[in-house]
Design a binder for this molecule. Structure first.
Ligand code: SF4
Length: 253
């Protein structure tokens, strides 16, 4: 598969793009996460890393920094995040020498119109995530040919069959999942071996970290994501698309 043709092929017929992504997956099938990161950043011209600067984010951020510190990093600040996350974002960016971090927020006028008192989440968490995460991110990604995610097969649902490269439904962009084949112990080992800073909330019982009002600590033996939208029948914020639609509650990707 000629990787250098990817960016010129974006926007063409989805089946053509699918063929190319399948060829990419065949090419990288037996390669490491670092190889996938390196190959993707080398060959896909406009490629961004989308990071929440959450519990495991530092792994991908470190890999990207090793390849190219100018890798565009998109961080969605919902304006509902923990103070610890905002501080961790600055600490990690500085420590890894990331020089191209973009902080993405909803437009002020959209917040004023749809959620002026920050209470939308109490009525409709999907609408709140769309306003504060999904739409701002989709706007920010408009100029990119693809984006890198931290999704992994062990996270279950349809992620069980996740490939390194995928066509994003409905947008014509390529999604790159360098950690698709990693297990939780691989993540921990990578952080240990590279002496990477941990998000401070992990030690306080938060193995998965989102917005402060929608994230609670988890108990021993609970699913790591049990603290996200606890008791609300919602598992994803909707930044991932399936069949051209944002993922809704209970439709984990
Ligand atoms: Fe709103 Fe909660 Fe979604 Fe954050 S996680 S955008 S506060 S509903």
């Amino acid at each position: 598969m000629p990787l250098d043709l990817i960016q010129t092929e974006l926007g063409k017929d989805r089946s053509e793009l699918t063929e190319k992504v399948e060829a990419l997956n065949a090419q990288f099938r037996h390669h490491s996460a670092h190889d996938v990161m390196h190959g993707a950043l080398d060959e896909i011209e406009q490629l961004a890393l989308v990071s929440s600067f959450g519990a495991e984010s530092v792994v991908l951020l470190h890999m990207a920094a090793v390849v190219d510190k100018m890798t565009p990093v998109l961080f969605v600040d919902t304006q509902m995040l923990f103070t610890e996350t905002l501080e961790y974002q600055q600490e990690v960016s500085e420590r890894l020498g990331l020089k191209n971090v973009h902080i993405i927020r909803a437009e002020d006028e959209d917040i004023q119109r749809d959620d002026p008192y920050g209470a939308l989440r109490l009525r409709d968490t999907d609408a709140c995530c769309n306003l504060r995460k999904t739409f701002p991110l989709q706007r920010a990604l408009a100029g990119y040919d693809g984006w890198i995610t931290g999704r992994k097969r062990f996270q279950a649902g349809t992620r069980a069959a996740l490939e390194f490269f995928e066509v994003e439904d409905g947008t014509g962009r390529i999604k790159v999942n360098p950690l698709a084949h990693w297990a939780p112990e691989d993540v921990r080992a990578y952080m240990d071996e590279n002496n990477l800073p941990r998000h401070p909330l992990v030690a306080k019982g938060y193995p998965s970290i989102g917005c402060a009002p929608c994230t609670s600590p988890v108990k021993e033996g609970e699913d790591p994501r049990a603290g996200r939208w606890r008791d609300q029948n919602k598992e994803e914020c909707g930044i991932h698309f399936v069949d051209g639609k944002m993922v809704r509650a209970g439709e984990r990707t």
